[in-house]
Design a protein around this ligand. Structure first.
Ligand code: 26Q
Length: 752
């Protein structure tokens, strides 16, 4: 290791010359690191995991790779000698935006932990040239631009592929981009992202518009292109099919090359299907096995023992069902297999609710995964229970043993060591660790009464706040008070996550301040969120928040006490800066709707306290830290589910019976908002909240306000708050994705 480090440093020096620019230096480091990565040997084991996912939200790789090579401190020192800060070098790297949020980031954390645990597992996905999109704010609204993240300096190798994907109207030539994932002890795994040779970036016109029918040129331009029309939906299926056709082919070729008998594929391979986006791998693998001379019945049995499915959502609108007519258009060669699978499933159970193809001739992707996979798992204890007891109850009765819970986790390498080196280093010293061990975090409990330790944790928090203030001032030209309480909600924008409830609180506080009820300490409400381009109400909520930000900023009576800051183009790199700086972690989804959440875990690990509902993994956080160390409010998932069943929630009743709620909601279309924002958007959102409010905002707003007030009050007892911080950090090792991966390996993969 020492020799490797010396060579790495020497290579950087040689390439950088004497007075490199930040760009030259970044390039030199990237090259030198890649040279070391190339020397690593692949991990081997009895069975290999293929983690197939439409998203891998990697984030920048520089710091994480250097940590894995045990060279971060040396390289940082060298960079300092050249007169650059580490942040200046990191800023050069483009972040690949190959994911939306939770599901994609989870896949990236898993790659990291699989390698760290010396398990053999590769990722399979797509190489989207413009990723999701880049968010810009204009006139208090979100606009979208292509995110051109691909750079000549890269972590990926281009690999030719000698296989073609035949579609009814054209044949596509795939090409593969491979990235090494550094593991333990000189070993590595890989991520394989497929692209089409014929893709053409030039067809993107204004914003993110392009010809959705031109599959040869558009296939890998964007992640989840707008699917609000039929052409967009067909393109999604083309993408999904292309990914699985390439993936299945790569898996079978690799297994054949290893000399493995495809009749016993499941002894050597396991395919984890990350939500239903890659579900077509089931019929495609059956098809390709049949091409290898295996009879259909056996092919089905092989696939059944090879594939496992993870469910990440219980929102009905996110469960993929495709009209068979679409599948006839895109994958006619698979339709016979799909029909046969439907018949086979029907023979096992004829209940309509578990059919692959429903009465409207729509194909239910999740149903196929459950019938023809060996396992189905939810991503947090509550989520799995809800799947078993309600959403997938019929399947649970049919296959009780297939259902498993695998509570999500996060990689501490990125979410502590890389993003909060100060805290990481302090904990290493305090707990006398030679090398990091997640479980040893629990030893921090011994210092719960130690005023010095608590003061130290708080000093680190303060330093991270100052760092973020500098960052956001440079990026967005805003001056945030580093001595304010940082109250943060960063996640995709969705009604069920209820950013709109947080907006109502801001209105409440704004009015209180104007009445003269001043907070003891200034508060900064921080948001980061992208809305799907065609999700109108989500964009309306962004509009409301940006209008509030403007109104407050321009009111000299309010702004010393309350600030709103919306982080533009929130992504992994922004998360790495804001999470360590935050005091309050907003996890306020409508109970039963957030499958797990993983941001909640990142905040906890970095010493923020959770303000949340009993939803997803919040439940497990609450069980671990116990009630004095978390702020829980709102109706339970049982109560919420009962409201849906009885269809008895009426937001207008809440509005009419509560003068405060009325005042807050009316503010949305009051003079001040209308003078700042767009009348149509504000009225649309107001009407939505009053007449629909499908995710029951007004149900919990009262309790939310009360709970947040309590939290702000408790913040003033600095010792007590510090003890709660310490307690949260000490309890967080359960949420390491190493623990999650060990669970998957023990109960599903058995990589051996
Ligand atoms: C489906 C159909 C059509 C178009 C888009 C989609 C679609 C796209 C993305 C459906 C779902 C997603 C992403 C889901 C997701 O990120 N889920 C999150 O997964 C995390 C990791 O398990 C959980 O922590 C979050 O609770 C969950 O919301």
């Amino acid at each position: 290791m020492t020799f490797m480090r010396q060579e790495l440093i020497q290579d950087i020096r040689n390439a950088a010359g004497c007075k490199p620019t930040a760009g030259t230096l970044y390039k030199a480091i990237n090259r030198a690191v890649r040279k070391q990565m190339a020397k690593l040997e692949p991990v081997v084991s009895k069975r290999k995991l293929y983690y197939i996912s439409a998203e891998f939200l990697l984030g920048k790789m520089l710091t994480s790779n250097l940590i894995h090579l045990h060279a971060l401190e040396d390289v940082k020192t060298l960079v300092g000698e050249y007169g650059w800060t580490w942040k200046e070098i990191q800023d050069i790297e483009q972040e690949p935006s190959l994911g939306n949020g939770g599901l994609g980031r989870l896949a990236a954390c898993f790659l990291d932990s699989i390698a760290e645990l010396n398990l053999c597992g590769d990722g399979i996905g797509l190489y989207y040239h413009f990723g999701l999109f880049e968010q810009r704010f204009l006139n208090h609204k979100q606009t979208e631009l292509p995110n051109a993240w691909i750079d000549t300096v890269s972590w990926f190798d281009r690999v030719p592929v000698d296989f073609q994907v035949k579609l009814p109207r054209c044949t596509l030539q795939p090409v593969r981009y491979d990235m090494d994932v550094i593991g333990f002890d000189g070993k590595k795994n890989r991520l394989h992202l497929f692209d089409v040779e014929s893709v053409e970036e030039g067809i993107v016109k204004e914003g993110i518009q392009f010809d959705k029918t031109d599959i040869r040129r558009n296939l890998t331009l964007f992640l989840y292109p707008d699917d609000s029309d039929e052409q967009g939906r067909l393109l999604r299926i083309y993408q999904q099919y292309f990914m699985v056709a390439c993936g299945a082919h790569m898996i079978l070729e690799e297994q054949k090359q290893l000399g493995h008998d495809l009749h016993r594929l499941y002894e050597h391979a396991v395919i984890q299907i990350n939500d239903t986006h890659p579900s077509l791998i089931i019929p495609e693998l059956i098809y390709q096995l049949m091409q290898e001379g295996i009879r259909m019945k056996e092919a089905v049995r092989i696939v059944e023992k090879t594939c496992a499915y993870t469910n990440h959502t219980i929102l009905a609108e996110a469960l993929e069902t495709w009209p068979m007519s679409y599948l006839e258009t895109v994958v006619p060669h698979l339709c016979g297999i799909l029909q046969a699978l439907d018949t086979a499933a029907d023979q096992r159970c004829s209940a309509a609710g578990v059919a692959l193809i429903d009465a409207d001739n729509r194909m239910h992707m999740a149903h196929m995964d459950i019938h023809f996979g060996k396992s189905v798992n939810g991503v947090a204890a509550l989520h799995t229970e809800i799947l078993k007891q309600s959403e997938l109850h019929a399947f649970y009765e049919l296959y009780p043993k297939k259902f498993k819970n695998k509570t999500n986790g996060i990689t501490f390498t990125r979410w502590l060591h890389a993003c909060n080196t100060q805290l990481y280093t302090y904990l290493m010293e305090l707990l006398h660790m030679d090398s990091w061990q997640d479980e040893r975090l629990a030893e921090l409990h011994a210092y719960a009464q130690d005023a010095d330790v608590i003061a130290h944790l708080q000093a680190i928090k303060q330093e991270k706040k100052r760092e973020w203030c500098t960052h956001i001032r440079n990026k967005q030209r805003v001056a945030i008070n580093p001595n304010s309480i940082f109250d943060t909600q960063v996640k995709r924008l969705h009604e069920y996550k209820r950013q709109q409830m947080n907006a109502l609180w801001i209105i409440y506080k704004l009015k209180e301040i104007r009445k003269g009820n001043l907070p003891k300490r200034p508060i900064t409400c921080i948001f980061g969120a992208k809305a799907a381009p065609a999700y109108t109400i989500a964009k309306d909520i962004i509009h409301v928040l940006l209008c509030l930000q403007d109104i407050i900023e321009h009111d000299a009576r309010v702004s010393p006490y309350l600030q709103v800051c919306f982080i533009e183009n929130y992504n992994v790199s922004e998360a790495e800066l804001i999470i360590p700086a935050s005091d309050i972690s907003e996890q306020i989804s409508l109970a039963s709707k957030e499958a797990s959440g993983t941001g909640n875990m990142k905040f906890m690990l970095n010493g923020a306290l959770t303000l949340g509902t009993r939803d997803g993994a919040n439940v497990e956080i609450a069980d671990l830290v116990e009630e004095d160390n978390i702020y829980i409010f709102g109706k339970s998932s049982e109560e919420v589910i009962a409201h849906y069943e009885k269809a008895d929630y009426c937001s207008r009743d809440y509005y009419e019976q509560d003068a405060l709620l009325q005042e807050l909601v009316d503010y949305l279309i009051g003079e001040e908002m209308l003078a700042t924002g767009d009348r149509k958007s504000l009225h649309r959102f107001y009407q939505e909240l009053l007449n629909k409010d499908w995710f029951m905002t007004l149900l919990d707003t009262r309790e939310y306000i009360a709970c947040k007030e309590q939290m702000l009050k408790d913040y003033e007892n600095r010792k007590l708050w510090g003890r709660k911080m310490l307690h949260n950090i000490a309890c967080s090792s359960f949420f390491s994705s190493k623990r999650t991966i060990e669970d998957y390996d023990r109960d599903i993969w058995n990589l051996g």
